[in-house]
Design a protein around this ligand. Structure first.
Ligand code: ARG
Length: 465
């Protein structure tokens, strides 16, 4: 009996008595977005075929034919000659059909002991593994370029804020290192997520496993997976690893978005702490004077879509009974969009960090307003024996007087200051300087230029080893 497979376009069509409508075809097809997994699909198929012949399920000739066919298909895809057909639904069926055209029966034997359910789960994991590796590298490169920026400004002083109110002086290097820490944890999360991505679903077949004497460990080794998925139902149905990746990606974007928000504020002419190189900004079509920080604004906006993708995947998963359901085909676009957005954003930000020029005078002028060294004065009194709460009150009164007189704490004379506490002596003025204030916070995690330099050295060793 001749197989229907060669006559009809759909691999499953023999069971059906009427064709699906064009609309349903378009609705159910994924080929125009899942074809980005073509190379991993071929990689997975070759590993499967290699195992099938090692287990004597197909012949060495079949395997050789499959290899030859896949080599040609790869070349066709790379050169753009491969014809992707909507009729063939997805990347898997498109490639399998072409393989059969090229090598005949060996192509039809490839799917022995396999289902598209374990095939697609394998493809996604292979695709994600390399995306994660790429993202980890890009986070590393971004952190290195932030380290360069921090290093240039280990001594540059700006006001640190809480509640958007001037709090205490800090060094710009220290501020940037806060982000280096955040992106460091983001990279750790990616590394951790990779462990759970890197398991082999193949062998689960449709959902229950297969009757053929397969060797799953062999396929896992060939494909560089750490282990196999140990339950066939779980292997084909759960996408928790993709959700986890999207959650990690959302956190990267959240950190990027916070940084963007600061860059935008700092670049506002009202603040004027930094300038961002022209190549990351655009002008206005009506207001000739404008230079807008488009890249940080867009990154802040794109954080919304990456968060949306996470919610899409969580929602996709929550109502699915075991095992595979076609709902899972909807995992790809949010996932791919997340990968694309993250990769572009990280690349642009690594470059943009080199295009940030800092205006230390503006930062310093801002730090001199708002009584940023008031805490230093309180600490000074405590060191002279006053309980902290009393010191806090004495300084609060001093600040109130300064506000009335529109002057800084350091503008008052020694006699004026002594009115608030007799413990105040001439050495107080050193404490009230911005440099004295930051230099005094000289412990691990503190803002002192000295600590910033130590932190940079430690991070650089971590990042370059
Ligand atoms: N395109 C499908 C997906 O992305 C492949 C698996 C199809 N399996 C099936 N039983 N219809 O999930």
């Amino acid at each position: 009996m001749t197989s229907q497979f060669s006559k009809k376009s759909e691999a499953w069509s023999a069971r059906f008595s009427e064709p699906v409508s064009d609309l349903v075809k378009r609705y159910t097809a994924s080929v125009f977005f899942d074809n980005r997994m073509a190379s991993v699909d071929i990689q997975g198929s070759l590993a499967h075929a290699e195992m099938l012949q090692a287990q004597n399920i197909i012949t060495a000739q079949d395997y050789a034919d499959i290899q030859r066919g896949m080599a040609q298909i790869s070349a066709e895809i790379v050169s753009g000659k491969f014809e992707w057909l909507l009729d063939l639904e997805d990347v898997h069926l498109n490639i399998e059909k072409r393989l059969t055209e090229l090598v005949g029966d060996a192509g039809k034997r490839l799917h022995t002991g396999r289902s598209r359910n374990d095939q697609v789960a394998t493809d996604i994991r292979l695709y994600m593994r390399s995306a994660i590796d790429n993202i980890i590298d890009l986070i590393g490169a971004f952190r290195l370029s932030l380290l360069d920026l921090a290093e240039k400004h280990s001594d540059t002083i700006l006001p640190g804020f809480t509640h958007m109110q001037v709090a205490q002086p800090i060094t710009f290097g220290h501020h940037i290192l806060a982000y280096v820490e955040m992106f460091g944890r983001d990279a750790e999360r990616m590394v951790d997520c990779r462990k759970r991505v890197n398991r082999l679903p193949l062998g689960a077949a449709a959902l229950a496993g297969t009757t053929f004497p397969i060797d799953r460990q062999r396929v896992a080794r060939t494909l560089g997976f750490d282990d196999v998925c140990h339950n066939s139902l779980d292997a084909v149905s759960d996408r928790d690893f993709a959700i986890e990746f999207c959650a990690a990606a959302s956190l990267v974007m959240t950190h990027i978005s916070r940084m963007s928000e600061e860059l935008i504020i700092w670049m506002s002419p009202r603040v004027g702490f930094i300038d961002i190189a022209d190549r990351f900004c655009t002008g206005s079509s009506i207001m000739p004077q404008k230079k807008n920080p488009d890249v940080p604004e867009l990154a802040r906006g794109k954080t919304g879509r990456v968060n949306g993708n996470l919610i899409a995947l969580l929602t996709l998963m929550k109502g699915q009974p075991l095992a595979y359901n076609k709902d899972n085909q909807e995992d790809k676009e949010p996932l791919f969009d997340t990968v694309d957005t993250l990769i572009d954003t990280l690349r642009i930000f690594a470059d943009m960090a080199t295009g940030i020029s800092v205006k230390p005078e503006a930062m310093r002028a801002a730090a001199l307003q708002g009584y940023a060294t008031a805490t230093d004065l309180a600490d000074y009194l405590v060191k002279k024996g006053l309980p902290f709460r009393d010191a806090h009150e004495a300084v609060a009164l001093a600040v109130r007087t300064c506000v009335d007189k529109a002057c800084d704490l350091s503008d008052m004379s020694l006699a004026e200051l002594q009115a608030f506490s007799s413990l105040i002596e001439a050495d107080v003025f050193e404490v009230l300087t911005l440099e004295g204030s930051v230099a005094a916070r000289d412990h691990v995690g503190g803002t002192a230029p000295n600590q910033v330099r130590l932190a940079i050295a430690r991070l650089r060793t971590q990042l370059t080893k």
